[in-house]
Every structure is written in structure tokens, then in C-alpha cells.
Design a protein around this ligand. Structure first.
Ligand SMILES: Cc1cc2nc3c(=O)[nH]c(=O)nc-3n(C[C@H](O)[C@H](O)[C@H](O)COP(=O)(O)O)c2cc1C
Length: 191
């Protein structure tokens, strides 16, 4: 069921180093983004695949993970993603990437769901340096990085919970488990 796939597609931030992702798998997952809706059907995004260990290491260094958790190294050392997809705005198609941010989210979710279905997972990373990413990946000036997807074979447990008594929805870790507080459906629907 689609809801099961969406439920399984959590943000994972620790990965099995043996969980290698092939170039072919990344192509297949990006094909799901290609088939996704696109504002005005302009298809303004390009997808830089990162799977060579040296590039993965370099890209990891310009990403920021689980900013709210200060007392732990996340991902744990040696459990970093084994691949990435960098979603880039192609400014040859549109000059202003801002207008197409919704396409970024839609494509990112398509890729994450495809990865989950294939037994992998990952985390969307908005907290990264676009300039350093552009430089270290040797991207042409017309491709502006918008979002990074860190991917791999998750080796941690993520549990969804209700919001705290005070209504807070901050994610947290306890006993090695990552908890994510989701607001209740009745508090989201307006009718
Ligand atoms: C657009 C976007 C950007 C995000 N950026 C980051 C990020 O920079 N670092 C990080 O660790 N998580 C990032 N996340 C993951 C969120 O923290 C995560 O989705 C949230 O805690 C809920 O967990 P869940 O995805 O398992 O439901 C991002 C998520 C989205 C949708």
C-alpha cells in the first residue's frame, strides 16, 4: 500500500557501510522524479549523481545533519550515506530557481519513495553549502544545487510518535532510537 511505503520512508541518518548503491539504481530512482509533476512542465531540475567514495566523502563534509541534536555525531562515524543525489536548478531553463522550489520537493519525495521501495532510504538535506557543493562536484555555473539527498541502507530505527504534551514536535533520540513526533490528523484537517 502506498501509505505503508510513505510510512517506511523516514529520514534516516545512519547507514550500513556495506549497503552500496549502484549507478543503475540511482538512474532508476531519478526516473521516478522525471515522471513526476512539474510546474508548467518546464522540468527545470537536473540530478547530479554521487556514488564514488571520494565524492561521497567530500560532499558529506558540506552537509549538516540533525541540527537539533547537539550531543551526538550524526551520522555516526563510518555510517555516512553511500550515495547522494543533488537536485539542481538549471538556470538555462529558468533564471530564478525560487519559483520552482515546489518541483524540488516533489522530485525529492519521488526519489526517496523509490529508494525506500528498493530497500534503501535516506534523508533530504537542505542545510548544506550550495557554493561548496557546486565547486567540489565541478558543476557548471548554470546548475544551482537546491537540495541534497543522502542515501544508503539505513541501520537505525526511527519511530513515529504523537506530539509531546506541550504540543512540541521536535525530533529527539533516546536509547539509540530516533523519535519523530507527527501532529495528529484531526489537528491538520480543516473543514
Ligand atoms: C526540505 C527538507 C530539508 C531537510 N533538511 C534537513 C537537513 O538539512 N538535515 C537533516 O538532518 N534533516 C533534514 N530534513 C529532514 C527533516 O528533519 C525530517 O523530515 C523531519 O525531522 C521529520 O522526520 P521524517 O522525515 O522521518 O518524517 C529535511 C527535510 C526536508 C523535507
Amino acid at each position: 500500500m502506498l501509505k505503508d511505503l510513505i510510512s517506511a520512508s523516514r529520514s534516516y541518518r545512519s547507514f550500513d557501510p556495506a549497503g552500496v548503491i549502484s549507478r543503475e539504481q540511482l538512474w532508476d530512482w531519478v526516473d521516478c522524479a522525471r515522471l513526476s509533476p512539474s510546474s508548467m512542465n518546464l522540468q527545470t531540475l537536473k540530478f547530479r549523481l554521487v556514488y564514488k567514495p571520494q565524492e561521497c566523502n567530500a560532499l558529506f563534509k558540506v552537509t549538516r545533519w540533525a541540527g537539533k541534536i547537539k550531543d551526538q555525531t550524526i551520522p555516526p562515524v563510518g555510517h555516512e550515506p553511500t550515495a547522494y543525489v543533488v537536485l539542481c536548478a538549471d538556470t538555462r531553463i529558468v533564471e530564478t530557481a525560487e519559483r520552482f522550489q515546489k518541483d524540488v520537493g516533489i522530485c525529492a519525495q519521488s526519489i526517496m519513495l523509490a529508494a525506500t521501495e528498493a530497500g534503501f532510504g535516506g534523508c533530504m538535506i537542505g542545510s548544506f553549502s550550495p557554493a561548496k557543493t557546486q565547486e567540489l562536484l565541478g558543476l557548471p555555473v548554470y546548475l544551482l544545487p537546491q537540495l541534497v539527498l543522502g542515501l544508503g541502507k539505513p541501520d537505525e530505527t526511527v519511530v513515529l510518535t504523537d506530539p509531546a504534551e506541550d504540543g512540541s514536535v521536535t525530533y529527539y533520540r533516546n536509547g539509540g532510537i530516533h523519535y519523530v513526533q507527527k501532529r495528529k490528523l484531526k489537528d491538520l484537517i480543516v473543514e
